[in-house]
Design a protein around this ligand. Sequence first.
Ligand code: BES
Ligand code: MN
Ligand code: MN
Length: 472
Amino acid sequence: MTTKVTAAVEFAQENKGRFVEELKELLRIPSISTDPERAGDVRRAAEFVAAELKRIGMENVRLIETSTAKHPSGHPLVYADWLHAELAADGKPKPTVLCYGHYDVQPAEPLDEWKSPPFEPTERDGNLYARGAVDDKGQMWMHVKGLESLMVAGGGKLPVNVRVIVEGEEEVGGEGIASYVRTHGEQLKADVALVSDTEMFAAELPTLCVGLRGMIYTEIEARGARTDLHSGMYGGAAPNPFVALSQVIAKLKDEDGKILIPGFYDNVEKPTDAELKAWKALPFDEEHYRESEVGSISLTGEPGLSVLERTWARPTLDVHGMPGGFIGAGAKTVIPAKAVAKVSMRLVPDMTPAESFAKYKAYVESLTPKGIVLEVRLIHSGDPIVVSTDNEFVKAATEAMREVFGKETVFVRGGGSIPIVGDFVRELKTPTVMMGFGLPDDNLHAPNEKFHLANFHRGIESIVRFLSGVGG
Ligand code: BES
Ligand code: MN
Ligand code: MN
C-alpha cells in the first residue's frame, strides 16, 4: 500500500510539467457559463475533461445533458467512475469517494486590467495566471491528475472506489446538477464527497473549509416611461428608474452594514463558542487584509463582529451592477425608460433561499417609488451549509495534508457559495470534505486570477494521499 502511495507521488512529481501544460490547454477554452455565446466553448471544456478521464482509465465516462426550467439547454455534467477497488482486509468493500469540481468559469471583464490575457495562461513567479486557474479548472485538474497518478502506480487500479462529477454551471447557480442529484441521486452514491473549490487560510497553511454561505441572486427591474425621453423636455414630470432604484437600494442596508429587510435575520445562527474561539486563534491581520487583499481606505460592516465572523457567519447584501441608461463616452441627456439592479444576498445557516427571497421581494415592493413599476426576479439560489468534522474522512484529509505540508490543518468557513454542497449533504446524505488549495490573493472572479503552482502540485499529492488513506 505505502509503496503504491510513494509510487503515485513520484509519478506526480515526474510529470509536473506535463500536468501544467495540460491544464493550460483547458484554461485556453473560455468556458464562461453565463454567456450564451460561449455555450460551444463550455461544451468543449466538458469534452476535454471527459476525454482525459477516459484516457487515464476511468470508466463509464460520459456527458450528462442538463435541462431545467431556467436553463432548458443547460451545460453538460461530466461523469466517470471506477468501482473495482479490492475488498479491505476484513472483507468489507472499500469506500466510494465522489470527486466534485466545476469546469465553467466567471466572465473575465474588465479585460484591460489583466497583465496577460485571461484565456492565454501565462506563468509568472511560480504562478499560473488565467481565468479559471484556481476556480476551479486548476483544482478540478488536481483530482484528475491525482487519479491518474494512482492509476499508474496501481497498475490500472485505484485504492478506493471513485465517482467523478464535474459541472459546468457552478458559476451560474448549479441548477442542472441540483436537479440531477434530485432525480438520479443513486448514480452519485458515495461514502464521502471530495470538493476542491475553496481556499487555504494562508500560504503554507493546510485548510479544510467546513462551511459556506448560501445565496440568492436577484434582479430588480424598474420601469418608468414607455420609452426613453429627452431629459430637458420631460425632466420634472417623468419618473426616473435609476433614481428610483437608488432610493430602493439605499433602504436595503444601513451605514453599519445591517440589512433592513424585516425578519431577514430571524434564522441566523450564531457560530458556536468553540468556533469563535478557533477563529480568534487563526493568523489574521486585519490591517494587512484591508491593505493588500481589499485595498480600500477602510473596511465596512457590522460593528462589534470580527472580519471573519462578518464574512463567514453573517448574511450580507451587495449590488453587482445596474445595466441600462447611457454608459457610453461623453454625455447624453436622457431619462431611460427602464433600469435594472443586480442584487445578491449571502445567506448563513439556518436561513433558506425561499424564505429570504420572499421577505426581500415583499420589502422591495413596499418601497416602490411613485410612477415606477418594479419587478423583482430570482436568478439563482443556493443553501448555506456547515459540514460535520466528526468523521474518519476529515481525519484522513488532515493526515494527508500533514504529510504534505508538515503542519496541522486549520478549519475555516468560506464566505463564498458552492450550491451543490448543500445537496450532497442534505439530499444525498454524503459527508463532504472541502479540501481547497487556493490562496487569499489568487484573485478569484477578478482580473489576474492565478493558481500558485506549488499549491497545484501539493494539492495533487494531498489528494493522492487522501484517496489512499480513505482506501485504508
Ligand atoms: N469556488 C467558489 C466558491 C468559494 C470561493 C467558496 C472561495 C469558498 C471560498 C465558487 O466557484 C463560486 O464562486 N461560487 C459562486 C456561487 C454562485 C454564483 C451561486 C459565488 O460564491 O459567488
Ligand atoms: Mn469555484
Ligand atoms: Mn467561482
